[in-house]
Design a binder for this molecule. Sequence first.
Ligand SMILES: Nc1ncnc2c1ncn2[C@@H]1O[C@H](COP(=O)(O)OP(=O)(O)OP(=O)(O)O)[C@@H](O)[C@H]1O
Ligand SMILES: [Mg+2]
Length: 336
Amino acid sequence: MTTTGPLLRVEHLGIDLHQRRQEPRTLVRDVTFDLAPGEALGLVGESGSGKSLTSRAVIRLLPRNAHTRGTFAFEGEDIQTMGRERLIRYLSRDVAMIFQNPRAHINPVHTLGDFLTEPLTCHLGLTHAQAEERLLPLLADIGITDGPRRLSQYPHQLSGGLLQRMMIASALVAEPRLLLADEPTTALDVTTQQDVMAILDEQRRDRNLAMLFVTHDLELATAVCDRITVMYAGTIVEQRPATDLHTGRRHPYTAGLLAARPGLGEPGTRLPVIPGRPAAAHETGEGCPFAPRCAFAEDRCRTERPELRPDTDGAVACHRADELDGDLDRPKEAAL
Ligand SMILES: Nc1ncnc2c1ncn2[C@@H]1O[C@H](COP(=O)(O)OP(=O)(O)OP(=O)(O)O)[C@@H](O)[C@H]1O
Ligand SMILES: [Mg+2]
């Protein structure tokens, strides 16, 4: 992987929601990360932690009343100040997005052929026939061998898994360099999930495509990503290479997520859970956002917000990280 700089750099991203006659509400706070060309970064956390908003900020697809702070740049170019033409080129050529529910993003009254050829005819100036010619080998690559028939069909004629493969094809066809995948398999049944994820992973690696992979499934993220960024309450609490996460995690929240995986304990034993419920960014006070649920929290954690500090192979936002030295598996009772 040769690179002169990151493909995507997000620095101190904040997202506030402005509502009439109400104080602005913070949804995302001080999020910083970068993504190298060809690298896969997993954005992981519980529901409401700000993963989707963070990934949507990168394509300027936020609610109208959301105001952003900080900077985000694609190959060093500020995404927020891109002019109309450059923005269209960025959105149609440089980056592509795969969403959770393909049915909500594919127009039900058009054929899949229309859906898939549109980016090529509109933005690359190909004819419909040329576009189809380019599409068929791509469909074959992702396991769709009867391409011509599929292209003549309507979305309701395809299963969820097949439709998500079509979505992957539409994301790949313009040969983007950055893929944003937001829970791309969550709406599918388990076996279909595995098939679709394997295709996405294989295609991404073959094409040396960078990916921002949004998921609540830490296990899945570690399987398909190079690095993991763990979010909690709209902010980043830990970043680490995927291969080191299990042994090298230093944040009590990451340890809690890892311990809460089904299938780890003895049959019949209770699954460890993180007590309490996830907090939204605007609900958190001065201290560490995770402190109210943390077995290791002490006074300082409740009054002073920890910064995300780089360490040997990643970064962690925990006042007690050095002192605990990764010893986060002690039973809760012993930790208190
Ligand atoms: N359009 C909106 N208006 C108001 N609040 C919003 C809006 N979109 C998101 N939020 C709030 O912002 C916070 C972060 O939302 P986001 O969708 O980024 O979470 P997420 O991590 O993707 O969660 P999930 O795993 O459920 O998809 C949540 O508290 C959510 O309720
Ligand atoms: Mg989401």
